[in-house]
Write a protein of this length. Structure first.
Length: 72
């Protein structure tokens, strides 16, 4: 079965994955174009939701850290 792994990194090269640090499995036995397109669309829906979560959570964390530094 084919699978896709995504690794998100920040500007310093640190891994920021939380939800996306997993394998996204594509369905086995995809032989027809329609089956392949359906599997890719499912992957996009699931992974984009997870990627959006990770990017926003990371940005929020960095912003909180900046505010803490300013208030010291």
């Amino acid at each position: 079965m084919a699978s896709i792994e995504i690794i998100l990194r920040d500007d310093e090269g640190n891994i920021i994955n939380q939800k996306t640090q997993k394998r996204y499995a594509l369905r086995p036995g995809m032989e027809q174009i329609g089956e392949i397109e359906e599997a890719v669309e499912g992957f996009k829906r699931e992974s984009l939701r997870d990627i959006t979560y990770d990017v926003l959570a990371h940005a929020q964390h960095r912003q909180i850290e900046q505010i803490k530094k300013q208030n010291r």
